[in-house]
Design a protein around this ligand. Structure first.
Ligand SMILES: [Zn+2]
Length: 432
């Protein structure tokens, strides 16, 4: 037992050594069933997984011994001895997660099932660079640890999202257009060395998609596109019940699809005519400022005079108040985004599109314009059952998605085989 954290040992039996491969395969299947609440008893596990009764009993026994699953109250009897309910022991450890946007930092401490124990958010600029931003993330993590009552277990992992393309295998941003100084920055190595836990880094939009899929409006859908319309525009893709990151991790970068040949539309990525250069939050703010300066909108003029700039939020507020110029801007942006999504719908055939990010909180005119364009321009078979809805988790989707990523990776077949024997997932942290 030496070296094994006693908190991981729930039963009285001795911890076993490494499992053979087939046993590990079955263990991961059983754990996933229990963890996602799909199976709550041994008989449900047998019925749902196709594994034999003896195998299920052995794997459940392993998971109970290792403290990853607990047996709780007696469930409803279907005749005979009533079954004990199995559940994932989400308090076996805790996670620290951060969602860095272009203009904000959200951090949270969560249980292993993504339940938020403490949360902080504050304005921040990603353009301040990795040293300043990650210094602040580390300070906020320390504050969460210091101020949260009854932190469960030890730190099992860290998840962090950034607003740019990330090579998922290495956790490094690759040529991110709005993140000066971050190209190739070793985020994983830095945070792992400081906190002594494994770290996963992903694009903020993938985390938004995972959050909505696990705990939000996309739960129960297997094919989903989650579009974030913030300063920029991006999409996260759930395909056949899995996040689809693509070969390198850049899948869903729909903001840089070319939608016009107009050489005046220059995108921050360096290309011309990108969607986000026309319809993203940054573009809406600039168009709002032009309208204010040209005297076309009194409301936007007031915003400009008060703060010296016009943001997408100002445009949204003006549209809510009935400003016709602002309404037309959101309709135009909605048509652009809708046309892109119609192509995505024809290509990918999702059952649900979720709209998230700051701009998507704007009045119904944007959503209506996106919907109208998608339904008009997509093939009838693809739109017959297609739903288009707003994000349901608001600003928390990113941190919830980051927690999901960490736990999915910790309990992936590959990772769990590396740490299960010792019971210590922090073994996955890169040596440093
Ligand atoms: Zn671009």
């Amino acid at each position: 037992m030496e070296g094994v954290p006693s908190r991981l040992v729930a039963g009285d039996g001795p911890l076993r050594g490494p499992l053979p491969d087939e046993s590990l395969d079955a263990l991961v299947v059983v754990l996933d069933e229990v963890r996602f609440g799909r199976s709550r008893s041994r008989s449900e596990l047998v019925a749902r997984t196709g594994l034999g009764r003896a195998i299920v009993a052995q794997r459940v026994g392993e998971l109970l011994e290792r403290g990853l699953v607990i047996e709780g109250d007696v469930g409803p009897s279907t005749g005979g001895r009533p079954p004990r309910q199995l559940s994932f022991r989400s308090s076996a450890g805790h996670l620290l997660v951060a969602d860095l946007g272009a203009t904000s930092i959200d951090v949270a401490m969560t249980t292993l099932d993504g339940r938020i124990l403490a949360h902080r958010d504050e304005p921040a600029s990603i353009e301040a660079g990795p040293e300043a931003c990650l210094d602040r993330v580390e300070e906020l993590f320390d504050q969460l640890v210091a101020t949260t009552q009854g932190v469960p277990g030890r730190l099992w992992g860290i998840g962090i999202g950034v607003p740019g393309p990330v090579e998922f295998a290495t956790g490094r941003p690759i040529s991110p257009p709005i993140m000066p100084g971050w190209d190739g920055y070793p985020i994983r190595e830095r945070l792992a060395a400081r906190h002594g836990a494994p770290v996963w880094v992903d694009n903020d939009v993938n985390l938004l998609a995972l959050g909505e899929w696990r705990s939000g409006v996309a739960a129960g859908h297997d094919d989903v596109v989650v579009v974030k319309i913030g300063t920029g525009i991006g999409a996260g893709i759930i395909s056949s019940g899995r996040i689809h990151r693509g070969a390198q991790g850049s899948a869903g970068d729909v903001g840089h699809i070319q939608v016009t040949e107009d050489p005046a539309i220059i995108c921050r990525c360096g290309n011309i005519g990108c969607l986000e250069a026309l319809a993203g939050g940054g573009a809406l703010g600039r168009a709002g400022e032009d309208a204010a300066l040209e005297g076309r909108s009194a409301r936007l003029r007031t915003a400009l005079d008060q703060r010296g700039t016009v943001t997408a939020e100002d445009v949204a507020r003006a549209a809510s108040a009935g400003d016709p110029v602002a309404v037309a801007m959101l309709q135009g942006a909605g048509r652009r985004v809708g046309a892109m999504l119609a192509s995505v719908v024809n290509f990918f055939n999702p059952s649900l599109i979720v709209l998230g990010g700051g701009v998507s909180n704007s009045p119904d005119v944007l959503l209506a314009s996106i919907r109208e364009t998608v339904y008009r321009r997509s093939l009838p078979l693809a739109t017959r059952e297609l739903l288009i809805q707003r994000s349901s988790l608001g600003g928390l989707a990113g941190v919830i998605g980051a927690a999901s990523t960490v736990v999915d990776e910790l309990f992936s077949r590959e990772a769990i085989g590396m740490w299960l024997a010792s019971g210590d997932p922090t073994e996955l942290a890169p040596a440093g």
